[in-house]
Design a protein around this ligand. Structure first.
Ligand SMILES: Cc1ncc(COP(=O)(O)O)c(C=O)c1O
Ligand SMILES: N[C@@H](CCOP(=O)(O)O)C(=O)O
Length: 465
């Protein structure tokens, strides 16, 4: 399997190189040259299989012969042995046709663990095979950072630097990033918002001299390895609900567009998905874009679902590439316009293609709080504000004749303050995190300036020395 850049000006790479590259050298994102397609029969055969078996079937289409089958199997087994639920990603029924897909049974209580535990193992395997080290960078609005630190902590081939927006993540999220005692972990509180953090990460990748010197690698969903691992749970959920002989819809709480793009990939791979619904909080740039055809930044609002407080949805670039019939020039022009003026227009044909695949709606802060309260009252089920954003939007797009699955992207205990304020319940952290809030914190504070961040990373990274 070969991977090509959405901007068409970087060399095509094999799986291992695309995995370590993270972002393409032309600033674009890697996607497979072709979408692998499973037949209905192959999808039917996934019924009754474990999460790990389904993961192997799906992921081997993307890793091809670059990762030996027995290695891939053992990495998948190890990655999902860290999950506290035997099903890895169980489905919970909350209404006649309504389901919640719990993606928070990993070590840091968010859906990021699903891909990150595997990504760390894949990267370590490729680095060991090549006798190399890497400097891992990541930008986080709260969850990617904790999951990445947990997955990479203690690795002797990697140093990890996580940029989080100072004062804009939940206290639990912050401590998950700042209390590691491993020498290869560096949590950096950036004086800015998530978009500033993500911009800094992309700028580091675009600084070729720096990138090469520290052997930079990324773990955000700009890395194809993240997306491919997130495709798996769309298959497990749909198949459990009668797929491929019955269409299933999904609503996905969305920020950086990685998770819902994974759903789109599942569909391209042949999974019969009825509706793919983007759920946003008050940072509703994606809902506005689908409505108007204009992607326009308006400044970030702080909400009770801080992980989705995002304006620049990185993976939307992958969707644009597809919607423009894989025309990299159209993507380059949209991205140049976004850089220059904070906006771009989507041409009518491409917009039509996007609207055919996706629907989108927003949940306001009031609606999120009401949804937490009502879901608890009606079903006894407690959800976090990100999941509540999804559940609220899912109700608007529910179908009477097909199941609607909302992705539950975080455990309510990660966001105890808004959950308590909405419904009066103070969700407890699980036993392995019970002392989290009393652990000692270690982090550095840096301005949102490329030079300061590069100097810090260059001074601490072991790769290239
Ligand atoms: C809890 C939670 N829900 C939803 C999202 C949005 O996911 P994505 O960025 O893949 O759209 C995030 C962050 O990415 C998150 O941490
Ligand atoms: N919500 C995310 C933002 C980064 O998303 P990613 O999926 O691209 O890593 C977070 O929690 O950090």
């Amino acid at each position: 399997m070969e991977y090509i850049s959405t901007r068409g000006e970087a060399p095509a790479l094999g799986f291992r190189d695309a995995l370590l590259a993270g972002l393409a050298r032309d600033g674009g994102l890697y996607v497979p040259r072709e979408w692998p397609v499973l037949t209905k029969r192959q999808i039917r055969d996934l019924r009754g299989k474990t999460y790990q078996e389904v993961a192997f079937t799906i992921l081997s289409h993307f890793t091809g012969d670059e990762i030996p089958a027995e290695k891939l199997r053992s990495m998948i087994d190890d990655a999902y042995a860290t999950f506290r639920h035997p099903a890895v990603a169980p489905l919970v029924q909350t209404g006649p046709n309504d389901f919640v897909l719990e993606l928070f049974h990993g070590t840091t209580l968010a859906f990021k663990d699903v891909a990150m535990q595997l990504l760390a193992r894949l990267m370590d395997y490729v680095l060991a095979e090549r006798g190399e080290r890497a400097t891992i960078v990541g930008a986080t609005s709260g969850d990617t950072g904790g999951a990445a630190i947990d997955a990479f902590a203690g690795g002797n081939r990697t140093d990890i630097f996580i940029l989080f927006p100072k004062g804009k993540v939940s206290p639990v999220q912050q401590r998950q990033m700042t209390t590691s005692t491993e020498d290869n972990v560096h949590a950096l509180a950036i004086e800015g918002n998530f978009d500033d953090c993500q911009h800094l990460v992309k700028e580091m990748f675009n600084d070729v001299a720096f990138r090469d010197r520290v052997q930079l690698s990324g773990v955000n969903s700009i890395n194809w390895g993240r997306i491919m691992a997130q495709v798996v749970y769309f298959f497990t959920a749909a198949v459990a609900l009668g797929g491929p002989d019955r269409k299933v819809s999904f609503t996905v709480p969305t920020g950086n567009f990685g998770d819902i793009f994974a759903g789109y990939v599942a569909k391209r791979m042949g999974l019969p998905i009825d509706r793919l619904v983007i759920a946003t909080n008050d940072n509703d740039i994606l809902a506005r874009t689908l409505k108007t055809g204009r992607y326009e930044m308006r400044g970030v609002k702080a909400t009770t679902s801080p992980s989705m407080d995002i304006q620049i949805s990185s993976n939307f670039e992958r969707l644009l590439f597809e919607a423009y019939g894989r025309d990299p020039a159209a993507v380059r022009s949209a991205m140049a316009s976004l850089r220059q003026s904070g906006a771009f227009e989507i041409q009518p044909e491409a917009l039509k293609a996007i609207r055919k695949e996706f629907r989108a709606a927003r949940a306001t802060e009031k609606q999120v709080a009401e949804t937490i309260r009502e879901t608890l009252a009606d079903t006894g089920y407690l959800i976090d504000p990100h999941t509540a954003t999804g559940v609220f939007v899912a109700r608007k797009h529910a179908r009477t004749n097909s199941p609607m699955v909302t992705l539950s992207t975080a455990h309510p205990a990660k966001f105890p303050a808004p959950v308590k304020s909405a419904c009066g319940i103070d969700p407890a952290l699980p036993s392995w995190l019970a002392d989290l809030m009393t652990r000692e914190e270690h982090f550095d504070i840096l301005p949102a300036e490329l030079k300061d961040v590069e100097n810090f990373i260059g001074g601490h990274a072991r790769a290239g020395k």
